[in-house]
Design a binder for this molecule. Structure first.
Ligand code: DX5
Ligand code: ZN
Length: 208
């Protein structure tokens, strides 16, 4: 299992990113919120871009925004492996996936807990990752929604049916207890479970 660490709940982002450099975590999960798609808002890119200098890990960018295309060129200029946005946005999804690909960056589509997995189908040929939300997007530290287990299984079946090789990542409320509900996933995103402990590596290892 791969692990992506979210620093959304961090009290000292630079310190925690430096600490994460010393671990074997696979990605740094970057949560971006615009105050419209979700009610919280994260720092603007011009402030955030200084912070990314402190990580040696590849970025797994999660855009919880209404207009993902306007963020793509900014995050494409960093050490980014994935740019993910939501299938619920009222924009041209295919165009935005193609825009991400034009920067040779892997594409991700995220799905909220109450959205039907069929919504993903038209985009599967262009998608490298499905980010399954196991909480309502918008803040860290929430409880894992147990029905996500069935949702991950449904998405696995969908990917097999449509012969899509996208990886499945699960985001929200992931810890050593809830990971057993994610056995069909490929990547686990964890924020508070890792960040709220002194020993980051121990927490990361417990998720693998
Ligand atoms: C929620 C974010 C998550 C969150 C994960 O909207 O997308 O990435 O930060 O944090 P935890 O692991 O604390 O739920
Ligand atoms: Zn996230």
């Amino acid at each position: 299992m791969k692990v992506s660490a979210s620093f959304l709940s961090s009290q000292d982002i630079v310190r925690d990113l430096v600490k994460l450099n010393e671990t074997d975590v696979d990605y740094i999960h970057v949560d971006i919120m615009d105050g419209k798609f979700v009610k919280n808002k994260t720092m603007p890119f011009r402030e955030m871009k200084h912070i990314y200098k402190y990580t040696s890990k590849r970025l797994d960018v999660h855009l919880m925004v209404e207009d993902p295309a306007s963020y793509v060129p900014l995050y494409a200029g960093l050490n980014t492996e994935f740019i993910t946005f939501h299938v619920e946005v009222d924009k041209n999804i295919e165009e935005c996936l193609k825009l991400i690909k034009s920067y040779s960056i892997k594409t991700g589509l995220s799905i909220k807990p109450n959205t039907n997995v069929r919504e993903l189908v038209p985009y599967l040929p262009l998608v490298d990752m499905i980010l399954v939300m196991s909480v309502e997007p918008g803040e860290g530290g929430q409880e894992f929604i147990e029905e996500t287990k069935e949702k991950i299984e449904e998405i696995r079946t969908l990917l097999d049916t449509y012969q899509c090789s996208a990886v499945i990542s699960v985001d929200g409320g992931v810890n050593d207890k809830t990971k057993s509900l994610c056995s069909k996933a490929d990547v686990l995103v964890a924020g508070s479970y890792i960040i709220n402990d002194d020993n980051f590596q121990e927490k990361i290892s417990s998720l693998r």
